[in-house]
Design a protein around this ligand. Structure first.
Ligand SMILES: C[S@@+](CC[C@H](N)C(=O)[O-])C[C@H]1O[C@@H](n2cnc3c(N)ncnc32)[C@H](O)[C@@H]1O
Length: 332
């Protein structure tokens, strides 16, 4: 699933997302993944994928020397049919076999909901303190929950902080469940906080209303987008931010390069890969944090707060992450 890359089908034949590729014996252990290969000289601008200097693997254990090689195979170059097959397989994965529950959207890991929401709330609060100190004092706040699934993030978090939340989700039965989960009669939040719009669209085809959102929250769905659609989505979505608005991207992180899930057509990118994409989108990291408290077999998860303007001060957990990465216990 999106980047909740799942090796479930390799292991159990039942959905158990987020598992690390190294948990599968056929997959090349992390330490033996291809080392970054030098970039080749290009004779034309690369417009459908970024130039990544690292290789990756797919869920069958096949190694790719570059992201470019993988994207060329998966979505082609300017081939609309191939690309639309990629997206219909991705959405089809969720549409066909996944129940509209927290456990379903979390691929059988419903118990990570609590630490996930707690981690997100702490991150959101730190953003609020700095970016929206006037929240609740007259400032009407609006959020967009992208790839919202059944509205898990909205219901457990965003609706408590934002006066209006819009949801964007391509799978209609998820969106209908979200609508009912968030209906006034099932709500425990103040009347002035409401889920307002339910957009049944994919990220790659969505353009937000200009200047509407204080926060655009993108969690566990961006892995379904090819690099070029990642770039064009954020370019369009920037217009949807109010002045001072921010993107929050919360995603699984590959240790190196990328991991392609062939079944649900999603890619888990490394931190370096994301940072290259942010740069290409003209986005700046305002703040970033590692998610804590998830089971060891899952991918690491990071939260990035991204701005369109260069932040005055960048807060980062990079130092701590680096130190952890040197601890033998977490080398998979
Ligand atoms: C792992 S679930 C996460 C749902 C939600 N963000 C959460 O954290 O509970 C991934 C979601 O991404 C959605 N999705 C798949 N392809 C998408 C696309 N191209 N654009 C937007 N959402 C997509 C799926 O339908 C599914 O609801």
């Amino acid at each position: 699933m999106q980047a909740l890359v799942m090796y479930h089908y390799l292991q159990h034949k039942t959905p158990t997302p987020f598992l690390l590729p190294s948990s599968h014996p056929q997959l090349t252990p992390h330490t033996r993944l291809k080392t970054p290969t030098p970039l080749k000289l290009r004779t034309r601008p690369l417009n459908y994928s970024i130039q990544m200097d690292g290789g990756g693997v797919d869920s069958d254990g096949r190694a790719f020397t570059s992201a470019e090689e993988m994207w060329l195979e998966e979505v082609g170059e300017g081939d609309p049919n191939k690309k639309s097959r990629w997206y219909s397989q991705g959405v089809g994965y969720w549409e066909k076999g996944v129940e509209a529950t927290v456990d379903g959207v979390l691929g059988g890991y419903g118990h990570v909901n609590k630490p996930d929401i707690e981690g997100s709330e702490a991150f959101l609060k730190s953003i609020f303190a700095e970016k929206f100190p006037d929240a609740g004092k007259g400032r009407h706040l609006v959020a967009l929950d992208c790839g919202s699934g059944i509205g898990r993030v909205t219901k457990n978090l965003l609706i408590r902080y934002f006066n209006e939340v819009d949801l964007l989700e391509p799978v209609s039965h998820f969106l209908e469940t979200a609508r009912s989960n968030l209906a006034a009669e099932n709500s425990t939040v103040a009347d002035e906080n409401k889920a307002v719009n339910f957009f049944c669209h994919s990220l790659q085809e969505f353009t937000p209303e200009a200047g509407r959102y204080d926060i655009i929250w993108v969690q566990w769905c961006i892995g379904h987008l090819s690099d070029d659609d990642f770039l064009s989505f954020f370019q369009r979505a920037k217009v949807g931010l109010r002045h001072g608005g921010i993107f929050v991207l919360k995603e699984n992180i590959a240790k190196n390069g990328f991991v392609l899930d062939k079944e649900d057509k999603s890619v888990t990118r490394s931190d370096a890969y994301f940072k290259q994409l942010f740069k290409n989108c003209g986005l700046h990291i305002y703040k970033m944090k590692d998610q804590k408290g998830f089971p060891d077999e899952l991918f690491a998860v990071k939260m990035y707060a991204l701005t369109t303007e260069l932040p005055k001060r960048v807060s980062s957990s990079r130092t701590r992450t680096k130190r952890h990465a040197n601890r033998p216990a977490i080398i998979k």
